[in-house]
Design a protein around this ligand. Sequence first.
Ligand SMILES: *Cc1c(COP(=O)(O)O)cnc(C)c1O
Length: 394
Amino acid sequence: MQYTVNQRGYYGKFGGAYIPEMLYPNVEELEGNYLKIINSQDFQQDFQQLLRDYVGRPTPLYFAKRLSEKYNTNVYLKREDLNHTGAHKINNTIGQILVAKRLGKTRIIAETGAGQHGVATATVCALMGLQCIVYMGKVDIERQKPNVERMKMLGAEVRPALSGSQTLKDATNEAIRDWINNPIDTHYIIGSVVGPHPYPDMVARFQAVISEEIKQQLLFKVGRDYPDYVLACVGGGSNAAGAFYHFLDNPKVKLIGLEAGGKGVNSGHSAATTILGKTGILHGSKSLLMQTEDGQVVEPYSISAGLDYPGIGPIHAHLFDTQRAEFHPITDEEAMQAGLLCSRLEGIIPAIETAHAVAYLEKLKAKPNEIVVINLSGRGDKDLQTYIKWFEEK
Ligand SMILES: *Cc1c(COP(=O)(O)O)cnc(C)c1O
């Protein structure tokens, strides 16, 4: 398995655990226990049951007839938008809350940008009766009001991050600070395949249920258990990691990650990490990172809050480095058009994040007999205002 994590927590040159000494006990406790817990029968029983009865899995693999006709190929949509809370993020928070319980933790912290991971975390804390504190940039609190209200309704406390640009990376810094101060009773639920080892691997394992189901569903529908292409948008990279996971060792499957090209990769307003990034360390792991000459993190930009992150998970940096996966930028304009197209042709309004993956159909030029799976990471309800405003201004 040359694309999964090694014993030392690395994917090739990337990964590791670059953390302040005061975090060692927390991270080591998790590192020393996570595989034992995840692989136990008792954990798997609880995890599978909740995924089925609470989240609503398996999610359908839907043959998108009209998109397929338009692009003269076979397009299947993996419907993560149909999960409880509306996106793939709940797969991970269910997994982590079960780990936290088994580690005897009673207090949960999380960071959130758009609020989707915050909502998924607040949801599982309510489910398990655990205290929940979500750090969120003050600017994000103002622009993501419905999700802030959801978290409050679920009983979580939303704490504003007031430093820096008051967005996701500042919220993450606050969460790390909290964890350092509360090492005994607190588990930090990270929302993507980022952070120090073992988080990227743990989150990828929880999201891997996506590709596990795609395999079974394709076998049933078309008689072979792999597609020619898997397309997924990449913020930190958790939905992509989950959609790629069980195909990593099958070279017949082309893996394609779509990043936020924003207003254009050379405009100074994007989050196209593989093109613009250099090796650096952010939030505890070595990966590709958008940074200035002297190593300052560059403020990322995307119309979709979920892709607005200056780095990518170390697994994706490695997939890029080894050319096992391709990564391409999709601009705001391309994504918004694809969101409209998917709505009008399939009756499915995708999250703007997800629309970046759909947009790549324009460029892919797949053959009529080929099979393209798009991971439909989330639904667009949260984005309706943004969509409507965008098209009204055109
Ligand atoms: C958060 C989010 C993303 C981006 O996160 P990844 O870790 O890259 O998957 C993508 N799509 C949706 C719907 C999201 O909510």
